[in-house]
Design a protein around this ligand. Sequence first.
Ligand SMILES: [Zn+2]
Length: 254
Amino acid sequence: MPVYTDDALILRTYKLGEADRIVVFLTKERGKKRGVAKGARRARSRFVGTLEPLTRAGVAYYEREQRDLVRINYVEPQQSPLAAVGREGQDAAALGHAEYFAELIDEWAPESHTDERLYRLGASVIDALASNAPVAPLARYFEFWLLRLQGVYPSLARCPDCGGAFDGGAVMPPREHHFVCGRCGPASGGTRVSISALQFLRTAAAASPEGLAGAPLESAASRELETAHRRLIAVHLEKELKSARVLREIARTT
Ligand SMILES: [Zn+2]
């Protein structure tokens, strides 16, 4: 049985039998895998605290012929969303976002097909979350890059209708999934994206998550992008994510 060691992101887990867990994880070298973590639900299991969604870890697993499920030998966390726990006012949002990012990666990662850019995006956002980066700009950054890596982020270069620049902001018209300029957009309705939100995206296109520190994102601009991104994600996934609904509940209660 071949044993593989790799860097990985934990995406989600679910129960198996009495004491085990199935772990879905994205490896850097060999794409998304599902594996059994034997005894992971026992109180003194070596897996305790290592399987939070978006944990970045070194993993070892072996594959069995003709089986989809691999067997996980160990998970050694290098960066965990639990690093954010205990920070005043930040931990619920940070953990909720870690789960949201992990769920999106899980939805988009092809099975057993290497996607190193997706792995690197996830690894960079967990590093930023663990070092206390503000969650809203990080979430907009992650959504923007996730959609770009899938090749479905609409063009921000020029308005597709008139060829003009987006110098007065942009609008995503109702039931359409691209941006047009303010002159070509509908008089009302649609999702409006201000100049400052577009400026943030231009910075995000050329920066690492750490580089966002110099790109302030006001809460109004973040909400505009959140709405536009939710529409894009919904149309490309054809469903709404559970973690996105949880995040809205967290936002309402804090
Ligand atoms: Zn136009």
